[in-house]
Design a protein around this ligand. Structure first.
Ligand SMILES: Nc1nc2c(ncn2[C@@H]2O[C@H](COP(=O)(O)OP(=O)(O)OP(=O)(O)O)[C@@H](O)[C@H]2O)c(=O)[nH]1
Ligand SMILES: [Mg+2]
Length: 677
């Protein structure tokens, strides 16, 4: 088993298209784990291996890979940057010991790191920033560094100074050692610092040492006395301060040109903690000893289902050791026992068998059918439970139905497998319309899930915006007389009713009453009248169900032989259809109460956006998260179906919202009786 102190588990995170997968590929190639560096454009990278990743040229799930460098055994989790897949990233972060936050060399994109950096900070996860794509025209290292410092404080500090920019980007000065590296013919070599950069490098080095000195009195004294601190002391401090999440170094790189890769690998080796240095804790805050002989505890951080080879659960082992055929206890499923169907390390889609897994390892276990992402696994019923990773509520839904006539049970079963793989998706039934809904974190998230469903299970479905449960109501009272009389030889049919229709308060529903005197409608037929009324009200003059109306049966007639329940029911239904157009019907639409949380710089934009959706702004107040406002509004549900996409577009992906049904309001300008929307 690997020496635990030599393991590093690192998540690569950051905004969409920052260059994470390209950097991970370059790291794997640098360490010799892949022969030839794959590319996004060819769809040949190790970690973007799902067909949906390749089709969309973006990561849609977390990809795992591993490599070794200088005796360090490195496992990387390449996380998707697109905001819709953030829940995947959140789970991956719960299974690593450090993170590389990749950001394109563009200051305007720093704001898009906020969500993931918040998650990293709340876990106190040691991290560093890599400013990537420095080979691209317009790349701005200094501006991006300044924006990062403004966003996250002065302990975000450059550890490198890039040499050249855009086409001329060729290497960097390491500000701790003052060594210079330059790429020549694809290989990075140590060279002389360009004369023009000497002053800038000294200045940046000063900033690095000053930031580090905040956590080290000896270094502070040396700097105050104007003494040059010894190199080994600087390196030791950097290592300790980064691994304790005090200093957040910033590195310069280009994944595409493979510049800065060796330095990223060295940084992960030296500055990031091993599993021994950073024990995880259980739900009660007790540290789990990362020792091979301790009782086994692991967290499931991802589930993947292959239609042929079955389910694999990717776990992070926190304590103890498991063998490939171990019987595990799922503590999140009431201690259910399940036998491992094999143990593997993942290299993208490749599964490499291993015989055992100890603390710190990230491995895939086959065929743990009842086990779900987030579960705590132990052995021999050892009672430990890990804290649940929080999950956001779905903000986007589509109505889903099979293209071909297959039974609903089959489609639900396959959708359930898709949800098993990605628990940030969920299935539901819409109230009122009863449509089957697939809910998720955004439009892309749900669309890609549907693509996956088609590919893996050969089920083609149609998706549409969920139907809006409109209703109809009346605004004036009326009385109608309705008689149903039919003679068909033998027994005839006869029912005669007088019905009164009156509007009720909003939300009061449909009520029925009778004021029959003298048995003009015999008792036994009155329930049939009510049934006829209620059934007819299910389809008002606009086709929508009618609500908030009080109906009174106050007179009628019957026939000794021909009257029956059915004839009274029919007469009542006819009465409803005759009455509704006379009662000035209106269409009602569902109104939802929305709470939108955005950085305050976007508050006025969001208020405008909501007003443009016929929203009524109820209030705005700062949240307990500094710099964010909560805007409360009532908005017609029909305006909200693509709101998450619009909100993210308007707020650089930072806006979130929650909603719940509030009430029904008349649709302005819509009267009942017109064609359905
Ligand atoms: N010029 C240049 N292009 C790059 C570099 N790194 C990545 N790219 C390109 O930028 C695009 C996105 O790269 P990815 O590596 O997929 O970025 P990512 O951060 O993994 O993206 P997501 O996982 O989808 O968030 C691709 O077209 C890459 O070829 C780089 O260093 N320089
Ligand atoms: Mg990627």
């Amino acid at each position: 088993m690997a020496d635990i102190s030599r393991l590093r588990n690192v998540a690569f995170v950051g905004p969409h298209h920052a260059g994470k997968t390209t950097l991970v590929e370059a790291v794997l190639a640098y360490c010799g784990a892949v022969g030839r560096r794959g590319s996004i454009s060819d769809g040949t990278t190790v970690t973007d291996h799902e067909p949906e990743d390749v089709a969309h040229a973006q990561s849609t799930t977390v990809g795992f890979a591993h490599c070794t460098a200088d005796d360090i055994d490195l496992t990387v989790a390449d996380c998707p940057g697109f905001i819709d897949f953030f829940e995947e990233t959140r789970m991956a972060l719960s299974g690593v010991d450090a993170a590389v936050v990749v950001i394109e060399a563009d200051p305007t994109r720093v704001v898009q790191t906020r969500m993931v950096v918040d998650a990293i900070e709340s876990l106190h996860l040691p991290h560093l920033f890599v400013v990537s794509k420095l080979d691209r025209p317009g790349a701005d290292f200094a501006g991006t560094l300044a924006a990062l410092q403004e966003a996250y404080g002065r302990h975000v500090v450059a550890e490198q100074l890039p040499i050249g920019n855009a086409e001329s980007f060729s290497g960097f000065v390491d500000l701790a050692t003052m060594k210079t590296y330059s790429a020549e013919g694809g290989v990075e070599k140590e060279t002389e610092i360009p004369a023009a950069l000497k002053d800038a490098a000294q200045q940046s080095r000063g900033a690095l040492l000053e930031a580090m000195a905040d956590f080290d009195d000896t270094l502070m004294e040396e700097l105050l006395d104007g003494k040059e601190p010894p190199l080994d002391e600087i390196e030791r401090d950097l290592c300790s301060e980064c691994s304790h999440d005090q200093i957040i170094p910033v590195l310069a790189a280009s994944g595409a040109s493979a510049i800065g890769i060796a330095a990223i690998v060295r940084a992960m080796e030296r500055w990031f903690p091993s599993p021994v240095d950073r024990p995880h804790v259980d739900a009660e805050g007790r540290a789990l000893e990362p020792s091979p002989s301790a009782a086994f505890v692991a967290r499931v951080i991802k589930t993947s289902i292959h239609p042929q080879s079955g389910k694999i659960s990717i776990v992070r082992v926190l304590a103890g050791t498991m063998k490939s055929d171990a019987t595990l206890t799922d503590m999140s499923k009431d201690g259910e026992r399940v036998r491992s169907g094999g143990l593997y390390r993942l290299q993208g889609k490749k599964q490499e068998p291993v015989t055992e897994a100890g603390p710190g390892s990230i491995v895939a276990i086959a065929r743990l059918e009842p086990v779900a992402t987030g579960d705590t696994l132990t052995i021999d019923g050892h009672k430990v439970l890990l804290a649940r990773v929080p999950r956001s509520e779905p903000v986007f839904a589509v109505a889903i139905k099979p293209k071909e006539r297959i039974d609903e049970a089959k489609i639900s079963q396959m959708l359930a497998r898709i949800v098993d793989e990605d628990p940030s998706l969920s299935l539901g039934r819409a109230d009122v319309t009863n449509e089957l809904l697939l809910l998720g974190s955004g439009e892309q998230h749900v669309t890609i899930a549907v693509e996956r469903l088609a590919r893996k299970y050969k089920v083609d479905v149609e998706i549409a915006a969920p139907a809006i449960p409109y209703q109809e109501t009346i605004t004036a009272s009326t009385e109608v007389h309705s008689r149903y009389k039919h003679q068909t030889g033998g027994h005839g049919q006869f029912g005669d009713v007088w019905l009164r229709f009156e509007p009720r308060d909003r939300g009061a529903g449909v009520t029925f009453d009778e004021k029959i005197v003298g048995g003009v409608v015999p008792r036994q037929f009155i329930p049939a009248v009510e049934k006829g009324v209620r059934e007819a009200l299910l389809h008002g003059s606009s086709g929508y169900p009618v609500t908030d109306v009080h109906v009174t049966l106050f007179d009628g007639q019957y026939h000794d032989v021909d009257s029956s329940e059915q004839s009274f029911k029919t007469a009542a239904g006819m009465g409803v259809r005759e009455a509704l157009p006379k009662c000035h019907p209106v269409v009602l639409e569902p109104i939802v109460r929305v709470n939108v949380v955005v950085p305050s710089t976007y508050t006025s934009t969001v208020i405008q956006q909501l007003t443009g959706k016929r929203g009524q702004i109820l209030g705005m107040e700062p949240t307990n998260r500094s710099g964010f406002d909560d805007i409360e509004a009532d908005v017609p549900q029909v305006e909200m179906s693509r709101y998450i996409t619009e909100l993210r577009t308007a707020t650089q992906g930072l806006g979130t919202f929650s909603w719940r049904h509030e009430r029904y309001d008349p649709v302005p300008g819509r009267v009942g009786g017109k064609a359905a929307v």
